[in-house]
Design a protein around this ligand. Structure first.
Ligand code: SF4
Length: 373
């Protein structure tokens, strides 16, 4: 007899195999399984927030017929990461602290686009802490505690949407820009993306899911081959290897030239762009020369440069550029033919903005399975 699997960890085929097997026994090999006619229905009931109800005591559960409920109860674990803190920001974003089954904590941010527009972007975590050591990022100060598995990533999304909406999954966009380097945990991230994009469930479009990397060339190449491929963002942040290595140690093994080659080879869908994020640090990477080199880096690729004035945190060691400097940098890029947006960081007043996420999870040097570097 095997332990009940989290419903967040199963693809539709795996759920079908599980439902086809007698309760409490191992499921047959996925290739040999006959899909239960009710598997898509059960998957939809489990993965669509609109199909969950709340009882008198506030307990949430999917609405299932008696037979399906019994089958699910015998096979699946319906527990989700627990939201232990929710800090609303004055700009409408909410920073959430979620506790995982082993007590580890991760943060997510729920960002409605505008008060009257129910479209929501969820910024979620792929790891507890992070191994990449970017000097401008608060998560880096935790070190890497462990990878999240696919169930914890899907569960994080589901728990946040269950708490704060939206009910309609077509209004959800996801960015892997919370804690962790998603390409350092690529297998779990891609499995989670597959489950989130399953049409019988949430049915998210992979084009509305963005994986943001600090720059792991092998990871970008592996992502390019993914069957259900999310969009790609690269956190550039400096324009020479020397300067980049000072703030992003990942550069020592992944040069800007190698990253540029990987991006140029990345297969894009029609209208798709690669996002080049650039955290602007006053006096560090915001010079006119930097703008010229960044434009040269972007030349020849379909891109959108997202300039992010640095979000301060205690002991951060950098300064946020003033608005005039930011706009001068942006103007240089535009003059060079780049498509540029300036990120209006959400949740700054609750330390939920880009680079500000970190939890008090104790760092334990447990080795996480190494991802591509
Ligand atoms: S910026 Fe991203 S990759 Fe770099 S340390 Fe922070 S979480 Fe990790």
């Amino acid at each position: 007899m095997t332990a009940a699997a989290s419903f967040c960890d199963l693809t539709l085929d795996e759920l079908a195999a599980s439902l086809a097997a007698p309760a409490g026994e191992d499921a047959p090999e996925p290739g040999r399984a006959v899909r239960s006619p009710s598997a898509a229905h059960v998957f939809g009931a489990l993965h669509r927030v609109a199909r969950w109800s709340t009882d008198d005591r506030g307990h949430r559960a999917p609405i299932l017929g008696r037979a399906a409920a019994a089958a699910v109860a015998a096979r699946l674990d319906l527990r989700l990461p627990q939201i232990v803190e929710a800090e609303p920001s004055s700009d409408g974003a909410t920073k959430l602290l979620l506790a995982l089954a082993d007590g580890a904590r991760v943060e997510a941010v729920h960002m409605p686009r505008a008060v009257r527009n129910p479209r929501v972007t969820l910024c979620i975590s792929s790891q507890v802490g992070c191994a990449m050591g970017c000097t401008f990022c608060r998560t880096a100060q935790m070190g890497l505690v462990r990878n999240l598995d696919a169930a914890e990533i899907v569960g994080q999304v589901f728990a946040v949407v269950l708490a704060l909406g939206p009910v309609d999954p077509q209004r959800i966009s996801i960015v892997f820009m919370g804690m962790g380097e998603p390409l350092h945990n690529l297998d779990a991230v891609l499995r989670a993306v597959r489950i989130l994009c399953e049409p019988a469930g949430m049915g998210l479009s992979p084009q509305r899911i963005t994986v943001s990397t600090s720059g792991l060339v092998a990871g970008i190449e592996a992502l390019a081959r993914a069957e259900v491929r999310p969009a790609l963002a690269l956190s550039v942040n400096a324009t020479t290897d020397e300067a980049r290595a000072r703030i992003m140690p990942v550069t020592r093994r992944n040069s800007l030239a190698a990253l540029r080659s990987a991006l140029l080879a990345f297969p894009l869908r029609s209208h798709e762009k690669i996002t080049l994020e650039y955290v602007l640090l006053a006096g560090e990477n915001d010079g006119d020369d930097d703008a010229a080199r960044l434009a040269a880096f972007a030349a020849g690729m379909r891109h959108n440069i997202n300039v992010i004035p640095w979000n301060p945190f205690t002991d951060g060691g950098f300064a946020r550029p003033d608005d005039a400097r930011t706009m001068a940098f942006v103007a240089r890029l535009r003059d060079a033919g780049c498509l540029v947006t300036v990120r209006k960081s959400r949740g700054r007043d609750v330390a939920g903005a880009c680079g500000q996420l970190a939890t008090d999870t104790v760092r334990v040097r447990r080795s996480a399975p190494a991802g591509p570097r």
